[in-house]
Design a protein around this ligand. Sequence first.
Ligand SMILES: Nc1ncnc2c1ncn2[C@@H]1O[C@H](COP(=O)(O)OP(=O)(O)OP(=O)(O)O)[C@@H](O)[C@H]1O
Ligand SMILES: [Mg+2]
Length: 376
Amino acid sequence: MTATTADRLDPYRELFERSADAILIIDGNRFVECNQATVTMLGYDDREQLLRTHPSELSPPTQPDGRSSYEKADEMMAHAFARGSHRFEWEHRRRNGEVFPVEVLLTAVEREGRPILHVVWRDITERKRLEEHVRHAQKLDAIGQLAAGVAHDFNNILVAIMGNAELLQRKLNVPEYAPHLDEIVEAGHRAASLIRQLLTFSRKQESATETLDLVVVLADLRKMLGRLIAEPVQLHVSAAPGALPVRAARSQVELVVVNLITNARDAMPEGGTITIHLEAVELRTGPLTGSFACLTVTDTGAGMSPETVTRAVEPFFTTKEVGKGTGLGLATAYGVARAAGGDLRIESQLGEGTRVEVFFPLLGEGSPVDVAAFAV
Ligand SMILES: Nc1ncnc2c1ncn2[C@@H]1O[C@H](COP(=O)(O)OP(=O)(O)OP(=O)(O)O)[C@@H](O)[C@H]1O
Ligand SMILES: [Mg+2]
């Protein structure tokens, strides 16, 4: 379809061509016309090539509800003819195989006495991503509230157990029983530390925040991290030049780093490389916008399945053996980042390693920070 002078002058043609949404005409079972946005959206070279393609090629075999695209498309078109128009969500497939979500509006119209369909597709990839993010955050909030409630009640019980155990430790002078009492108290301390982590995740525990330079915090932590990591795992630490002032509790930021490094180490029993990097980033899209200090921990380990990626920050979600992991590491890191007004993002693929990014809002100019040299 080549544009003639008449086409270019036609305002309706112009609207059709300039639309950011894909607009098409279906006659019978084929697309007979489409605008440039359709070609771009689906990744074809030109209109002719796209129109030659059978419509079934443009969708994956099944839709997210598990139904065959072919059958469902017929049903959607029948709805549109019956009601005049029909709006629904759909998944399409680009020429390179990539599947993406669209909102479809089908309108039944008559052309030369025959019913045809006027079709509009809007790419809703970004909207879906935001919805998913909000849904996930709400779910974690709900789990956080539950966790905080349990932790609170449990803490009261623990206070009674520990108080009495410690009393017995002091008063009961039977050497034979002493090791048992010591074990009770020791287990009680471990339980208390778990409760503290749960409260951190659910942000119910107030910690004193201060202005910190993340670069300094990481430099101070460097030695300790060395002790967590042993051959054959290598650790690389780097930071972009300049301070990264943020508002957070130092002990919590340290907890984030330690948890991420521990996870990376555990994912590489055969060895590999962990890279920690700090830099300032500008986030322009998504639920978080502005200037952030970004702490990235990358490993070359086992990676995670998509299911593990989505569940990883849930408290008590672990794939480790009983006794090896409590599933609170990432939940805690996420809780700390969110409490500071930031976020945590995971990118991972099985066998391909993992990249975890933690964002903290950067404090503006003029915030008091110590300038410190950072040795890589
Ligand atoms: N770097 C990583 N590589 C591969 N999988 C990871 C990585 N980090 C986390 N995971 C996966 O996410 C799960 C949850 O991690 P999280 O740190 O919350 O708990 P955990 O490490 O299992 O236990 P805990 O940290 O409480 O000792 C892990 O069990 C693991 O399956
Ligand atoms: Mg962990």
